[in-house]
Write a protein that binds this ligand. Structure first.
Ligand SMILES: Nc1ncnc2c1ncn2[C@@H]1O[C@H](COP(=O)(O)OP(=O)(O)OP(=O)(O)O)[C@@H](O)[C@H]1O
Ligand SMILES: [Mg+2]
Length: 312
């Protein structure tokens, strides 16, 4: 177990930001912590890292109880904060040198690590640039380099792709997979569902400071009983055919919106049965699309609210 958080409560004056928050992260995980704005993701991370005090709860990292004086634990963690935290008077190279130097005292080794970090985030052409000369995406990449240069075993990314151009975003996501393949355990917070689905082997959905559900994205979807669906647009179909459609094996629900149908199915066979049925009865329509449920649908199903998702 890399991280174990038990019954954590955190209050900011009148706001209860964490309300019995529990988390278990295994060695080797890419763990996605997903939730809407203000749900408590950053607060949870800051408590885990002992950057914030909390009212109640226990936090273990590498099987050791965490507190702010545990420098041995901190040395094995990389933290990429949500708000870019670099030193604006230092250039790219010197920033990485500064943060890496907090943990790596051997100068020769540090130099090697800095070069590897610069290569990793592809900032070679910008090594002498001051942060204010970097674009938003490049600045985020510098923020990452500062957090990972000392080769931590556990890396925590707090929404690293917000307001980042698509090219930098792809590099960041690929980089995280690569770090994980090289052995790092990752915690990744986001409200971009697609990113978390792409990256994470385990996902927790947090809302109002409490984890609602945890599982693989497949498990979360089946947990709320969301199957694939078939969306048929502009269909010309009589009521009696509709009743028969409802009775096709594997059809669990049919939603009608004017001339469009959304048919929730239990399995792939149901989809081919529906298509066969429509063909056999010469029922015409404009188009037919198969949709898989998203984590957004899971959140909507559990809370009745949309998880704000800006897409890309
Ligand atoms: N320093 C603070 N003082 C008072 N309230 C705070 C403070 N920091 C956060 N909060 C409140 O605590 C709750 C959790 O905030 P937090 O920043 O942890 O959420 P988040 O999930 O990281 O949100 P986002 O996706 O916007 O980053 C929110 O209601 C927020 O307004
Ligand atoms: Mg946050």
């Amino acid at each position: 177990m890399m991280i174990e958080v038990k019954n954590l409560f955190k209050q900011y004056k009148e706001v209860l930001a964490l309300n019995n928050f529990n988390l278990s992260v295994d060695n080797g995980d890419i763990y996605g912590l997903v939730g809407p704005n203000g749900s408590g993701k950053t607060t949870a991370i800051n408590c885990i890292l002992s950057l914030l005090n909390y009212e109640k709860g226990d936090i273990f990292i590498f099987n050791e109880k965490m507190n702010s004086s545990k420098n041995n634990i901190k040395a094995k963690i990389g933290y990429i904060p949500q708000d870019v935290s670099v030193i604006y008077d230092l250039n790219v190279y010197d920033n990485i040198d500064f943060f890496c130097g907090l943990y790596i005292k051997d100068k020769k080794l540090r130099k090697q690590y800095i070069e590897e970090a610069i290569d990793f985030v592809e900032l070679n052409d910008f090594r002498r640039f001051l942060p204010k000369k970097l674009s938003g995406g490049l600045l985020r990449r510098l923020n990452i380099a500062c957090g990972i240069a000392h080769k931590p075993e556990l890396i925590i990314f707090d929404e690293p792709t917000v307001a980042v151009d698509p090219q930098s975003r792809n590099k960041i996501l690929q980089g995280i997979k690569e770090l994980n393949l090289k052995g790092a355990t990752i915690i990744y917070t986001s409200h971009y569902m697609e990113e978390v689905e792409y990256l994470a082997n385990k996902i927790s959905i947090i809302d109002k400071g409490h984890i609602l559900v945890t599982g693989t994205s497949k498990e979360l979807k089946s947990f709320v009983g969301l199957g694939n669906s078939l969306e048929i647009s502009n269909i010309k179909i009589d009521k009696n055919y509709m009743d028969e459609l409802n009775n096709i094996r594997g059809v669990s629900k049919i939603l009608k919106n004017k001339n469009d149908l959304k048919i929730i199915v239990e399995n792939a066979l149901a989809i081919s049965n529906i298509i066969n049925y429509l063909n056999k009865n010469n029922i015409i329509y404009d188009s037919l699309n198969i949709k898989t449920p998203t984590l957004n649908d899971v959140f909507l199903e559990i809370t009745g609210r949309e998880l704000r998702d800006n897409g890309y």
